[in-house]
Design a protein around this ligand. Structure first.
Ligand code: GLN
Length: 446
């Protein structure tokens, strides 16, 4: 399998550009040890996996898509990496991403943009673009991504694969290079819903190294894949099928709802009235958290240091000016402004209050329904270069995924057809820690 993975990478990688680093020597060594032992008693023994490049891997280059970390080799493994090792997966390489996970198209990668395997003129989505593209192109069996505002679900949708953002706190963030800590979650990207459940099973669970890790019992996800949805109550937010959503995308989602109806589920239109504030809320809060989290990249402790500086302040300035890309700088400036005294109450504090209202919208709907269903993104994958000059249209692409992160609930994107030869994603949103119901609904399509 590891051999097949590298063979496929050899065939397509110069076009897909999903990887930033390959781990070939070490991966082959591990595969050989397994083969020679001939014992495959771990659940995922020998299966080739790719990891988003913001997940720390001991001794293996981890750049978070940034030139500033171009030479960074972590001294420890993220908890999810340890969990995967316990299950026997083999790390094929580290996957391309928008710098520090800021972006929706992979075009903000500090190195080169990954492409959509369905049509190389189109973006794979972002920020976990490499994670989705590598799975769609058959370079790895599955991968891990991270999702702060949609970065697992949107690229999964664009590349026609299955991507889950778990409930906030279900999967340890220890060793994930932080973007916005109150929103970030690591999750699985796979070809099938069943594989997705396998991978979540391997990485979910409490971790004392992450203070926001939830101390909950991890249920069995595979046994939820019954496809039995008789009597299931589905809510479809009218804001999720409103104008701005491409008519063909909307049609595919309505077709999917018909399938669910035929299986015995019922659906009704509901409202998430504060969704219209989600984008503004998200960009204030995530940029504020990012400005604090990224202050650690000062040229002293990690990564690349600017070559010539007269004093410490200049060292900071030069390192950060040279190392960070434009989008990262834009967010640091926005976040620093929003957190500064005199503006804090008007922006950051206000945004926190609106976040609570958005979460309450979800609580209200979930009082009467089992899941919320809608599109993952308003359109299919757009063309490379189409949105690079206008950050606001790029941000607007996340309108359907962001409320989920603000509320902390779990959501999956599964493929539900093609529009002009490009995949459409169906988003299924569940209650806190109810990934089982999400998988049950998703498995009704397999
Ligand atoms: N596209 C969104 C952003 O740029 C979401 C990114 C993410 O989920 N990491 O912030």
């Amino acid at each position: 399998l590891v051999d097949a993975s590298y063979t496929r990478i050899g065939q397509v990688e110069d076009q897909v550009k999903a990887f930033l680093t390959l781990n070939e020597e070490e991966a082959r060594k591990q595969a050989k040890v397994l083969d020679e032992a001939g014992v495959f008693n771990q659940t995922l023994a020998g299966l080739p996996i790719g990891l988003k490049d913001n997940i720390s891997t001991k001794g293996l280059r981890t750049t978070s898509g940034s030139k500033l970390l171009a030479n960074f080799d972590p001294i420890y493994d993220a908890t999810v990496v340890q969990s995967l090792q316990n299950e026997g997966t083999i790390t094929i390489g580290k996957l391309n991403m928008d710098e520090f996970a800021m972006g929706s198209s992979n075009e903000n990668s500090g190195f080169y943009g990954a492409r959509n395997p369905w049509n190389l003129q189109h973006v794979p989505g972002g920020s976990s673009g490499g994670s989705a593209a590598s799975v769609a192109a058959g370079e790895v069996l599955f991968s891990l991504g991270s999702d702060t505002g949609g970065s697992i679900r949107q690229p999964a949708s664009y590349c026609g694969v299955v991507g889950l953002k778990p409930t906030y706190g279900l999967v340890s963030r220890y060793g994930l290079i932080a973007f916005a800590s109150s929103l970030d979650q690591i999750g699985p990207i796979t070809r099938t819903v069943e594989d997705n459940a396998f991978l979540l099973q391997a990485i979910a669970g409490h971790d004392a190294m992450d203070s926001t890790s939830a101390n909950v019992d991890v249920p069995d996800y595979r046994s939820a894949l019954t496809g039995d949805i008789k009597g299931l109550r589905i809510a479809v937010p009218k804001e999720y099928v409103a104008e701005g959503v491409d008519p063909e995308v909307k049609q595919k989602v309505l077709d999917a709802l018909k399938v669910l109806e035929a299986e015995g589920a019922v659906w009704e239109e509901v409202s998430l009235p504060h969704s219209k504030y989600a984008l503004a809320t998200y960009y204030l809060l995530s940029s504020s958290e990012a400005s604090a989290n990224l202050s650690r990249f000062d040229g002293v402790r990690y990564g690349v240091r600017s070559a010539e500086s007269e004093n410490l302040l200049e060292l900071y300035k030069n390192t950060r000016s040279e190392g960070f890309g434009d989008e990262v700088k834009r967010r640091i400036m926005l976040g620093t402004f929003a957190l500064s005294s005199g503006y804090y109450d008007a922006y950051y504090k206000k945004a926190q209050k609106v976040r609570t209202l958005i979460k309450q919208d979800f609580d209200n709907v979930f009082a009467n329904y089992d899941v919320i269903v809608g599109p993952t993104a308003p359109t299919t994958a757009f063309k490379v270069g189409e949105k690079t000059n206008d950050p606001l249209t790029m941000y607007a692409n996340d309108i359907l995924t962001i409320p989920v992160n603000l509320a902390g609930v779990p959501a999956i994107s599964i493929p539900c057809g093609l529009s002009n030869g490009l995949p459409v994603g169906l988003q299924i949103i569940g209650k806190h820690f109810d990934e089982r119901t999400i998988y049950r609904v998703a498995s009704a399509f397999e």
